[in-house]
Design a protein around this ligand. Structure first.
Ligand code: SIN
Ligand code: CO
Length: 382
């Protein structure tokens, strides 16, 4: 009942997404791990990478936050190394999200990869987000329950475990299988052998996070702000109303002000700008490109590649220009290259030369110079 044989996107969305957990046998047929535990350990040594190692010996749980220099003293008993955002460092990991490439990019958080030895896991817990966990090499037993109230189990200050749940799914996953866990569903994965797991993590803001995010991105909105006015309202305010009262009418006017701002074109663009944030690492660009360099590149036979994990997003077009966002940054393509730019940012690799008019070439060079220098795109073999 809660198992899909092979992955069918439509069926998955209709029956399971945000509704109930399921096991997907053969989520990725003929699965080959895009990395191994040594690659993962290498990433965990980097200071900009978010990693942690959790070990368990009997009732004793230890948690070490990365960067991790020396694994030897930490890898005692059952242990699991978890590395966040691997999609931003190892491009091959992005093939894992191909099956769910129709899910909007703004709903995607990252791909977290874990390596565990026999008996290891992070313990039973609940997450706030949807996750599809793909089994890499090895085997792992997954148990998933239904949302309810659970007692916290305090085994370590950095672990948010619960003291157990009734499993509605209890299955062993083999390489290429996956398990989908909706938010708030308790789960526990225990490695049966050394194994790799890839968690495709999704995200969804709360209303308050969204509001705070819009305020953080409000630079472009500042020019559009309007102030509350009440030229006629106070004459109508009930004479008996105490001065300390904020009337329902006033509250409604204030709320409508906010609504107008959010519904304006600038407000909508700001929401998209906030949704584009994805905590990209400092993307190194070895050389500073000038417009002249880029103009010459665009006329050569070369390939421009989008950096790993970079996911540009945009809203439906409301003007002749085309605005897109990457990690909270706005980029505007003028009308002459609007269509071209939409196609360009949607491709992982763009083969040059582009067949452009002189004016398009100049505008495209401006944009590509910006994108290359930000490290969001790079030139193959550069
Ligand atoms: C993992 O152990 O690989 C994922 C941990 C989780 O369930 O969130
Ligand atoms: Co979890």
């Amino acid at each position: 009942m809660s198992t899909m044989q092979g992955f069918n996107y439509r069926q998955f969305m209709q029956e399971y997404w945000q509704k109930k957990p399921c096991v997907i046998k053969g989520f990725i047929p003929n699965f080959v791990d895009p990395l191994d535990e040594h690659d993962l350990a290498g990433l965990a040594q980097e200071s900009e990478v978010d990693s942690r190692l959790i070990s368990q010996q009997g009732a004793n749980w230890q948690v070490t936050q990365g960067p991790i220099d020396d694994f030897e003293p930490l890898c005692k008993g059952a242990w699991i190394l978890l590395v966040q955002g691997v999609d931003k460092y190892i491009d091959e990991v992005n093939m894992l999200t191909d099956q769910v490439s129709d899910i909007p990019h703004w709903r995607l958080e990252d791909v977290m990869v874990s390596f565990s030895n026999e008996g290891a896991g992070v313990g039973a817990h609940i997450d706030e987000y949807d996750v599809i966990i793909v089994q890499g090499k090895g085997r792992r037993r997954w148990q998933v329950g239904l949302p309810s109230h659970f007692n916290q189990l305090v085994t370590h200050p950095l672990l948010k475990q619960i003291d157990g749940f009734d499993a509605v799914i209890d299955q062993e996953l083999a390489p290429g299988d996956a398990i989908y866990i909706p938010p708030k569903h308790p789960h526990n994965g225990v490695a049966l052998t050394d194994c790799l797991n890839y968690s495709i993590g999704f995200r969804a803001p709360t209303d308050l996070e969204l509001l705070a995010g819009i305020v953080d991105e409000s630079e472009a909105l500042a020019a559009k702000q309007t102030r509350y006015t009440d030229p006629d309202q106070l004459a109508l305010r009930c004479a008996q109303a105490p001065a300390s009262l904020v009337s329902n009418g006033e509250l409604q006017a204030l709320t409508q002000m906010l609504q107008r701002l959010l519904e304006s074109e600038a407000g909508q663009q700001t929401i998209v700008q906030y949704l584009s944030r994805q905590a990209l690492p400092e993307l190194a660009c070895d050389e500073e490109y000038t417009k002249r360099d880029t103009l010459s590149i665009l006329t050569q036979s070369a390939v421009l590649i989008r950096a790993p994990g970079v996911r540009p997003i945009f809203k439906e077009k409301a003007s002749d220009t085309f605005t897109f966002y990457i990690d909270g940054g706005a980029f505007v393509a003028p009308q002459e290259i609007a269509v071209l730019t939409q196609a360009f940012i949607s491709e992982e690799a763009t083969h040059l030369p582009l067949n452009l008019t002189k004016i398009q070439m100049s505008l495209m060079a401006d944009l590509c110079t910006e994108l290359l220098n930000a490290g969001y795109w790079y030139l193959e073999n550069a």
